[in-house]
Design a binder for this molecule. Structure first.
Ligand code: KIV
Ligand code: ZN
Length: 432
């Protein structure tokens, strides 16, 4: 295993994040239409993009990255369509990505002409591997690309004062960049933009590739928060990818470590293993009593639109959104859920075994929770008869009848629906 080297935690004695809980929701930025779209086998059509944009607005996102217009004509056309057809609500900022290259920055401003407000997101890659093996440049060369890009972003914005501009810079491949160099580039960009003089600035720190455990990522975020100039005037944003399967965990620890804003996508679509899943992170906050300021109560609609736009189906075990995530087949789980629900009073704190949140809060019903197969016990079968047919069985009959249902389930090998349970009950006990 010498082929791979572990990332070390950043030495720091006065840590901020390990004993924190998140106090409030970060600012969200949805990048479904850019990072999500660029990773699809078949990029979204205009109709699909519009549907996704409308969903994101409906859910409450106020910052939405809509594409990379200088690199893609469909992205350029979609940006123009949103602006020309006046489809952007007043309280929503569109964000567009551009590399720090003059011709691309110029084209980006063409795409944004006439926008009421916009975030210009400029990036260049800063990691050792990219510097040495992709660009063949030293630290100075890479820093100069960022500074020249920042200067042009500022100059072109000044030519369009009708738009309310926010500038965003990403040191792409931040997680592979030495921290002192990342801070040097960020400082150099901010010396051009001068957030202390009123220019809104977002510094976005991407785990372009997730390379370390989430605690090391949080160390890096904390270090940057403590070591860049103008910290109190800038928004620190995170953009995590899921290569190690920890994008949400990294984002959560990153917020504890000091970040203000998170970029991600619905259901985690995005490059390779995807971006940070906004649904999971927002619902994690919700389940800890923090208002995520997003409306995820219509999860069925969210998954339907995301599936229609990405042409990727939702995994049945996807946190909070999958078909099976509130379902119990096993007898002991069914029994415990049934008892907790029966004892629950309106207004009680949620405290139901095996159900981390109330399924109702994402538009699901208690009734779906209990489903029957050969793993299920008497409690579940009795619950289904009571729920769907108003038939209450005495305990001795629950025991007897559950064996009948179990036998049927073993034979059929799958799920037994409530109609079949009722038929079996009729056949065994009601027919003469
Ligand atoms: O993953 C990444 O680094 C990106 C940047 C362009 C922000 O998508
Ligand atoms: Zn990305």
């Amino acid at each position: 295993h010498r082929k791979y080297v572990a990332f070390q935690p950043v030495a720091k004695k006065d840590r901020r994040w390990p004993d924190q809980v998140i106090q409030q929701a970060p600012v969200w930025c949805a990048v479904d239409l850019r990072d999500g779209n660029q990773a699809l086998v078949k990029p979204m059509s205009v109709a699909q993009k519009q549907r996704m944009f409308d969903l994101l607005v409906k859910l409450g996102f106020k910052e939405i990255e809509i594409g990379f217009p200088a690199a893609s004509q469909p992205d350029f056309d979609f940006c123009r369509k949103l602006i020309d057809e006046n489809r952007i609500p007043e309280d929503v900022k569109i964000q567009v990505l551009t590399q720090a290259r003059p011709e691309l920055i110029e084209r980006t401003y063409e795409a944004l002409r006439g926008a009421r407000q916009a975030i210009v997101h400029v990036y260049n890659s800063t990691s050792t591997v990219q510097r040495e093996q992709v660009f063949g440049l030293g630290r100075d060369g890479i820093r100069d690309i960022a500074v020249r890009g920042a200067a042009l972003v500022k100059e072109l914005a000044s030519q369009h004062p009708e738009t309310d501009w926010t500038f965003q810079y990403s040191p792409e491949s931040f997680t592979g960049t030495e921290l002192d160099f990342a801070a040097e580039v960020i400082d150099a960009v901010n010396e051009v933009w001068r957030p202390d003089q009123g220019q809104p600035v977002i510094i976005n720190l991407p785990a372009t590739v997730e390379m370390s455990t989430p605690n090391v990522f949080a160390d890096q975020i904390e270090w940057i928060c403590d070591n860049v100039r103008y910290r109190e005037h800038i928004t620190i944003s995170l953009h995590t990818h899921n290569d190690r399967g920890c994008a949400v965990a990294a984002a959560e620890l990153g917020v504890m470590a000091g970040a203000d804003r998170i970029e991600g996508t619905l259901m985690g679509n995005g490059e390779r293993t995807g971006n940070m899943d906004l649904v999971t992170m927002a619902m994690n906050l919700y389940s800890q009593g923090i208002d995520p300021k997003l409306d995820l109560s219509g999860m069925a609609e969210i998954t339907e639109v995301v599936e229609a736009c990405t042409e990727i189906s939702t995994h049945p075990r996807h946190p909070y959104a999958g078909e099976l995530v509130f379902t119990a087949f096993s007898g002991s789980h069914q029994d415990a859920i049934r008892k907790c629900l029966a004892r629950r009073n309106e207004g009680d704190a949620w405290n139901v075994a095996y159900l981390p949140i109330d399924p109702f809060d994402v538009g699901r019903r208690y009734e779906e929770v209990v489903r029957i197969n050969s793993q299920s016990g008497k409690g579940g079968v009795a619950y289904v008869l009571e729920r769907d047919y108003d038939i209450t069985l005495p305990r001795w009959l629950q025991i007897e009848f559950s064996k009948v249902v179990q036998g049927e389930a073993e034979q059929n090998g799958g799920e037994i629906d409530s109609h079949t349970i009722h038929r079996l009950f009729e056949e065994h006990y009601l027919k003469v």
